[in-house]
Design a protein around this ligand. Structure first.
Ligand SMILES: Cc1ncc(C[n+]2csc(CCOP(=O)(O)OP(=O)(O)O)c2C)c(N)n1
Ligand SMILES: [Mg+2]
Length: 374
């Protein structure tokens, strides 16, 4: 077993030293409180899972600085965002609420992401231009390149952001998406939350290069490695990428070095493949702790303000749990909603599903089309 999140950029016992000149004191506090809200919500989901009240959770813990710091550079409701399953901090920054996320966690009818049909953390919000998370990892990357092509054709000033883990960079989708975006100089920012693990597979077994950033050279775009535990460093790197994209300079790949503070998911036991020393090293890079110390040292946050912030966030999370748990489940007759095209009702949903998949002339894999060279 090897230690995989050794310091290259950001492992440090002391807090980051930069406080962005681009952010006001109020914005810095907002950034920190969104990180704290992400962590508090996430911890509550683990608790609820262990109590048997929620079937599954997957964590943002250790990624909050990269998520909130980068999302701070986007315009909510204008830029198009393709998150991945860890991105609690991204979607909260862009306007989804604790209630929204708890409704998905409990799979309730009012869940804005999928009406209770998807796994938790498969975020979606049309109002915030947050595109639905795809379960097969990395498929969002070419989707984002396609969305960016649409932006360019329509001459829109919005940009596209797509998030993924470093494990995704071994997938063909990653290479096709970046190649296409590089060729057409598309306004898209590729943000890798590089935590050194793809479930139990360490980075050394995922790629032969030592950083994700260096992969960018193959696609003719800048690759920026950044300390993903420092929200301000991530914010600055993302802002520069956004400015480049908006001014026609094309895509950027950001490689944010983060740490995974939990097991892969609530169904995983990482003690089987991570050493206690490696887990301890990750804990020492806890982005929340580091940023709190920075803000305290700079006189932006004192303990009374922190106490008050924690109380407010606990109340928000309590409210979200009570509200979502009491909300109705989806009704069984809505089973096929958003699954089949509207306007083609059938008395027997199961039979209709089979017929449409196999025989509909509109279906690209209809049996009648296969083998005819179309
Ligand atoms: C195409 C595909 N293969 C395998 C999986 C199972 N799977 C889910 S998450 C994951 C690891 C992804 O690792 P990484 O991209 O580094 O993201 P992280 O979870 O570390 O943030 C895998 C292999 C999947 N969802 N889709
Ligand atoms: Mg990973």
């Amino acid at each position: 077993m090897r230690s995989t999140i050794e310091p290259r950029l950001g492992t440090k016992a002391s807090p980051p030293t930069t406080v962005s000149s681009r952010l006001s004191q109020a914005q810095l506090l907002d950034l920190y409180s969104t990180m704290l809200l992400s962590r508090t919500l996430d911890e509550r989901m683990w608790l609820l899972n262990r109590q048997g009240r929620g079937s599954f959770t997957i964590s943002c813990q250790g990624h909050e600085a990269a998520q909130v710091g980068s999302a701070f550079a986007f315009r909510s409701g204008q830029d198009v965002i393709f998150p991945y399953y860890r991105d609690v901090g991204v979607v909260l920054t862009l306007g989804m609420t604790p209630r929204d996320l708890m409704l998905a966690f409990f799979a309730r009818a009012a869940d804005p992401s999928s009406g209770g049909r998807q796994m938790p953390n498969h975020f979606a919000s049309a109002a915030h231009k947050i595109m639905s998370v795809s379960s097969p990892v990395a498929t969002q990357i070419p989707q984002a390149a396609g969305a960016a092509l649409a932006m360019k054709i329509r001459r829109e000033s919005a940009v596209v952001a797509v998030y993924f883990g470093e494990g995704c960079t071994s997938s063909g989708h990653f290479h096709e998406g970046l190649n296409f975006a590089g060729i057409h100089r598309l306004p898209v920012i590729f943000i890798c939350e590089n935590n050194g693990w793809a479930i139990s597979v360490p980075r050394e077994k995922q790629m032969a290069v030592s950083t994700v950033a260096e992969r960018a050279a193959a696609y003719g775009m800048p690759g920026v490695a950044v300390d993903g535990t420092d929200p301000l460093a991530v914010y600055e790197a993302t802002l520069q990428a956004v400015e480049r994209a908006r001014s026609g300079g094309g895509p950027t790949l950001i490689d944010a070095h983060v740490c995974r503070l939990t097991a892969h998911s609530s169904d995983d036991d990482d003690r089987r493949y991570r050493s206690p020393e490696e887990i301890e090293l990750a804990r020492r890079r806890d982005p929340l702790e580091l940023f709190r110390r920075t803000l305290q040292e700079r006189g932006v946050l004192d303990s009374a303000a922190e106490e008050e912030m924690r109380r407010r966030i606990d109340t928000l999370v309590d409210d979200a749990v009570i509200f979502a748990e009491a909300s109705p489940e989806p009704s069984p007759d809505s089973l096929h909603l958003h699954v089949y095209a509207p306007g083609r009702p059938a008395e027997d949903g199961r039979a209709r599903g089979r017929e449409e998949t196999a025989g509909s002339p509109r279906h690209p894999l209809a049996t009648s089309e296969i083998g005819k060279g179309r």
